[in-house]
Ligand binder design. Structure first.
Ligand SMILES: [Zn+2]
Ligand SMILES: [Zn+2]
Length: 334
């Protein structure tokens, strides 16, 4: 007699096993809350003053900071991760002046005490664009704070990437390990961060709800594949980028506006990120839109616009020359 011990085919058991494993890995993550309404800025900022820096505690050791859209059009997000021995600040924002934007003062106030001072802080970046590092000057002369410059040389040296953009690095904050993954494409020195403790993935401008500005399409696609491979079997609670550029309806925000009404939520999902390689494979090199994501190469668009401008100026010059010749001809005829 043959006992039918299981009516499910082996592949279904495998899928069920991996589902249970990922559910159990997810349940081991320290949870947090994304229940927050980000300040929208205002159409009349003077009439609607808001705090320069909004701080959202995701949990007691993880803080999301957002710069006020009335003070900076970029309104970037900064992330503070606190371990038991050290803390890590990812990006310092778009404003250098501490009177306008008290980034260092706010971050230091959030750090736990260690004896007579605060626990040491490491300041790192997602990439070199100014809207992610202008606040560095507020940290550079503080004791117990190490600022890792955002350029590729310092990033490679500090994290020990010997085969950039391959390989992984880790930062140990004490009972909290952060993986660092090279993600060039938007910017040559771009890195993303994965927090093993919360499952948060910090994607900077490599992946965010809005415009995916791509400097190097091949590097960006390779980064997306590298990240997808890295995350496939890891639990991800939320993917958090550097900006929000979409409305709740999926419309791209107006560029250069201090007012961001009805913004979409900041967080994207692991599934969104796993689909990024496919999304990027449809990028035509200049400008493509797929779903809510707009992909474009700022550099190439600027070059094309430059050529168009030169062509227009040449055409104008020729027309002017023709007009002057004609006028001269008419005068002679009189
Ligand atoms: Zn950027
Ligand atoms: Zn940015």
């Amino acid at each position: 007699m043959k006992f039918n011990t299981c009516r499910f085919p082996p592949y279904a058991l495998l899928a069920l096993g991996s589902l249970l494993t990922s559910a159990s890995a997810r349940s081991q993550l320290v949870p947090g809350s994304m229940d927050v309404h980000w300040n929208e800025g205002a159409s009349d900022c003077a009439a609607n003053p808001q705090p320069p820096l909004q701080v959202h505690p995701y949990n007691t050791q993880t803080f999301i900071l957002r710069e006020n859209p009335c003070i900076t059009l970029e309104a970037p997000f900064l992330y503070l991760l606190v371990g038991s021995t050290r803390a890590l600040l990812i990006d310092t924002g778009d404003v250098a002046d501490p009177k306008q934007m008290p980034v260092a003062q706010t971050v230091l106030a959030l750090l736990p005490e260690a004896g007579l001072s605060k626990i040491p802080l490491i300041v790192v970046h997602t990439h070199t664009h100014l809207d992610h590092r202008l606040g560095d000057s507020q940290f550079e002369h503080l004791s117990n704070v190490q600022v890792v410059p955002a350029d590729l040389g310092h990033v490679r040296n500090y994290f020990g990437f010997s085969d950039w953009p391959n390989g992984l690095a880790q930062v140990d904050l004490g009972n909290r390990t952060i993986d660092v993954i090279p993600t060039p494409g938007h910017n040559p020195a771009h890195v993303s961060y994965y927090d093993q403790k919360t499952g948060l993935f910090f994607s900077g401008d490599f992946f965010l709800p809005g415009r995916l500005i791509i400097d190097d399409a091949a590097a960006d696609l390779a980064s997306a594949r590298r990240v997808a491979d890295f995350l496939r079997n890891r639990p991800v609670s939320f993917v958090l980028g550097g900006h929000i550029e979409l409305s709740a309806d999926g419309e791209t925000n107006l560029l250069g506006s201090h007012y961001h009404p009805r913004e979409r939520a900041l967080q994207l999902t692991k599934q969104d990120l796993l689909l990024l390689p496919d999304l990027l494979s449809h990028f035509n090199g200049f400008y493509s839109k797929r779903g809510v994501f707009v992909m474009y190469s700022q550099l190439r668009i600027l070059i094309v616009l430059g050529f168009i401008l030169i062509a227009l100026l040449l055409a104008l010059g020729l027309l002017l020359r023709l007009y002057l010749r004609r006028r001269k001809g008419l005068r002679k005829a009189r």
